[in-house]
Each structure stands twice: as C-alpha cells, then as structure tokens.
Design a protein around this ligand. Structure first.
Ligand code: SF4
Length: 474
C-alpha cells in the first residue's frame, strides 16, 4: 500500500479522537494564495508554555483486536486497514515538519495484538523521531490502559503529553460498550503517570532538563458523552475528581457520533455538540473561575441548560447576589459575573484604580456587556434599558439561542420548548425562590465511587420551572 493511502486511512481514523484543542478544516490550495488545510490529519493544541501548535493527528494502526461497540476501528467492522512501520511514521512526520505543515505529532493507535506490543511500536517510531532526526517538537501520545509500567515510563520520557482515555463516565457503561477495555481501568495508569510526573519534579538531584522530562506537559483524558446515560452532573463530578486526585491537565468531552449500529448504543442519530460545548464551559468554570461542581449543577437538575451558559445559569440562580457595583466589587466576585472573563476582571481591577468606570469604559476593556449588563451597575446605575428581573433576564439571554445554535439540538437531546411527551432532562435554572435553597450535595468519596455510581436518569421538571416553560412554549 502506498504511504499516501496509509496516511489517508490512518488520519481519517484518528479524527474521532478529541484530545486536542481543535480539528482541521478542509480548504484546498488556491492559485495565487498561500496555504491549504485538510480535514484529515491536522489539528491544533496548546503546548505547556501556552503556544498553539499544529499537529499531525494520526493512528499508528487502525487494526484493532478489541471490539468496542462505538468505534469505527473495532475488529468486526469491514473497513480498509493500514499500519505504519515505525520508520514510515517518523519519516512522514519529519517530512511534514520540514515543509512547515506541522509543529508536532498526536499519535494514537488501535490495539495491535495487545497494549504492550502496540506501545512498543509507538515508542519505536517516536524514538526514531527524537534520536535519529533530533526532533524536539511537541508530541502527544495516547497510552493504552493495560500497558506495563515499564513501557509507560519509556513512552513518558519520549513524549510531551500523554493521555489515557477513560472513555465512559462509569464503569458500568465501559463494561457494556467496551468490555475488553473494562478489565484495564485507565485510573491506575493515570495515577502511575501522575506519580511519575511528581517524582521527576521532586528529584532535585536531576538536572532541570531531566527533572521535567517525564510527560512535561502533563496528562489528559477523554470521555464520550451521550452514548451512555450518565448525566452532566455525573460527568462533571468525575471530571472534578480527575483534576483533584489525578492532577490532569485537561478532561476532553467528545459528543457521541453514531458510526456503528448496535442495540447497546442510543437510537439517537447524533448527540448535540451544544451539550459538549456546555460541558466545556462548565469545565472552564471549575478550572479557571474557582467554581465548585455543586455550584454549577446539582443532582436534582442533572443536565446543563442548553439555552444559557453555566455562568449565566449560576448568576440567575443566585440573583440575590446581584447587581454588583463594578467599581467596588472584589476580584473574586468580578470573576462570577457573566460576560467577564479572567482577563477582563484583571483589566477592570487595574482600570478602576485610575478612575471610576462607566459602561463605555467596560466596552473598551472588552467586557461582553451583552451578558454582563444585567448583573452590574456602574456608579450605582444600570445600563440603559436593563430591567433587573430574573425572568426577563432569562428571556433575553435565551432569545438568541432559539436561532441558529439551538438548531444543533437533535433528537434525544434536551429541549426545554419541545412538546414531545418523553421525559426531558431538567435545566439547572429555576426561579430564584426555589433555587436559593442549598442544592443537594452528593460528593463522591473517591474516583471509583464516582465511576460506579448509577447514572442519574432524566427527571421531570420541577414545578418552579413550569411557568417559564409554559410561556415559552405558547
Ligand atoms: S480499543 Fe480503541 S481502537 Fe480498538 S475498538 Fe476500542 S476504541 Fe476502537
């Protein structure tokens, strides 16, 4: 098989892996203009120092001895198969690098024979890249649960970032949809990688270079959303535990894409990207805005509202804490105002030292007033036309969502305005009087318990939400 054919197959097979920041677009080269992009093979990520780098995203092989129900590469699928030799992959990567197409490599693989055999092939290819070609660019490798610790160390010193896919938010779903993977939980090797990273940093006898050598950009994981019944609450609880206990850099969410037909998989034609997007927003709140999961979502309303982002949702549920005077409110509270990000909050703090801020000043500081204006005052005054009433604010904030973006919500997904009779997942927003009571707190004692917890099923809407829904539906 020609190298280009292998690349076409293996780059296309890798597109379902989302443990990078974005995937490529398909844009052909045009005479007289510079550059082109192809849908298969190129993705972007952020390196440890914050730079955005372009990666060749590819599988070493799409031959797999496992038969995961949801995966295009499973052994029972009749698809063209290909495997790179270690040198082919190394030469291809270095060739692309020299042509300036890419700055690094994102390498994953189907399971050839067993996890150790596959990891050895991956190590071989990366070793050729690093040693024979002196490649010092970014490499992200997917490790396979079940790989021996010795090989994890070998891989860890060759790559910048390593990820182990947890795949599903619960052990039960993993057993059902990927039974061969279920025997080898990703949590144990993740803990091993975490300890390896710490040990490297803590061994002061090593030179600085060597101290940061083992997985210097940290580890990440990926969860498929929507192929199994776990709620957003369950997914976010697990993510929080992964950040706290296993010190992950990122948890990636991948909206389930139906590729195979299998009675175990949901009948829905597609899972909304909006659900994935809301999970990323909630994840962002936890990582950068010091929100606790239970502030974003609770067990009684286990799904994020598709119509407004989780920060707006929190603000509406805590409307008694608003409006805040932007010239006096502490930095921590500035961070909680919808439309004000970390950078915006810092700019506000700096700017208000000089003088009292007005709404025009906030615009100049790049604050998203479209959302922020409902929750703040400047020198004791609201922005023109703002009516400080939670229901009106909710209507305003959700008005745009009825347009283009909301069309992305497909069958089986949450729709507050849908008149279908099947039960819909609940929104976390309810009228202030009912939500100001503290939410039920069910903290998983350990990762294992979070994984093993039965999925919360969609509940019926609480009475407090009915008036909003009734008005919107009519
Ligand atoms: S082990 Fe990975 S590549 Fe193989 S079938 Fe399962 S998900 Fe697909």
């Amino acid at each position: 098989m020609e190298l280009l054919d292998k690349l076409t197959i293996l780059a296309d097979a890798a597109k379902y892996d989302v443990a990078c920041t974005s995937c490529g677009v398909n844009r052909q080269a045009v005479k007289g203009q510079l550059g082109s992009a192809t849908s298969a093979g190129i993705c972007h990520t952020f390196s440890a120092d914050g730079r955005c780098v372009t990666l060749l995203k590819v599988l070493l092989s799409n031959v797999c001895s496992y038969d995961c129900a949801y995966c295009v590469n499973r052994r029972s699928n009749d698809i063209p198969r290909a495997t790179f030799s270690a040198r082919e992959l190394a030469e291809l990567t270095i060739g692309f690098y020299r042509r300036n197409y890419i700055e690094g490599l994102f390498l994953s693989s189907g399971i050839l024979k067993n996890p150790d055999y596959t990891t050895e092939r991956m190590c071989e290819a990366i070793h050729i890249l690093r040693e024979d070609y002196g490649f010092r660019g970014y490499i992200h490798a997917k490790a396979i649960p079940g790989t021996s610790e010795e090989l994890l160390v070998r891989l860890g010193v060759l790559v910048d970032r390593m990820s182990l896919n947890i795949e599903f938010p619960s052990e039960k779903s993993l057993k059902l949809l990927a039974p061969e993977k279920a025997g080898e939980s990703a949590l144990r090797p993740m803990a091993f990688v975490r300890d390896g990273i710490k040990a490297n940093y803590q061994d002061k006898r090593l030179s600085t270079v060597r101290r940061t050598r083992f997985v210097p950009a940290g580890q990440s994981t990926q969860m498929i959303v929507g192929a199994s019944p776990e709620s957003d609450y369950h997914i976010l609880k697990l993510s929080a535990s992964l950040y706290q206990r296993l010190e992950l850099q990122r948890v990636f969410f991948s909206a389930y894409i139906p590729i195979n037909s299998n009675p175990l998989l949901p009948a829905t034609s597609e899972v909304s990207l909006l659900r994935e997007h809301r999970l990323y927003q909630a994840d962002w709140l936890m990582r950068f805005y010091e929100f606790d999961v239970d502030e974003i979502i609770d067990e009684e309303h286990p799904f994020l509202d598709p119509l407004i982002d989780p920060k707006c949702n929190w603000a509406l549920n805590h409307i008694d804490q608003f409006p805040v005077e932007v010239n006096r409110v502490p930095y921590e509270m500035l961070l909680r105002i919808p439309g004000i990000g970390v950078r915006g909050a810092k700019r506000v703090v700096c700017a208000r030292r000089e003088r009292s801020l007005r709404f025009e000043d906030l615009k100049r500081l790049n604050i998203t007033l479209k959302r922020a204006k409902y929750f703040i005052t400047c020198n004791g005054k609201f922005a023109d036309g703002v009516l400080f009433d939670p229901l009106s604010i909710y209507r305003e904030l959700t008005r745009q969502a009825k347009g283009r973006r909301f069309k992305g919500v497909l069958d089986g997904q949450l729709s507050l305005f849908d008149e279908k009779s099947e039960p819909a997942p609940t929104s976390a927003f309810s009228l202030p009087a009912s939500v100001l009571s503290s939410p039920t707190s069910v903290l998983p004692a350990a990762l294992a318990s979070a994984s093993a917890k039965p999925a919360a099923q969609p509940a019926t809407l609480p009475p407090a939400q009915t008036p909003i829904l009734a008005r919107r539906a009519s």
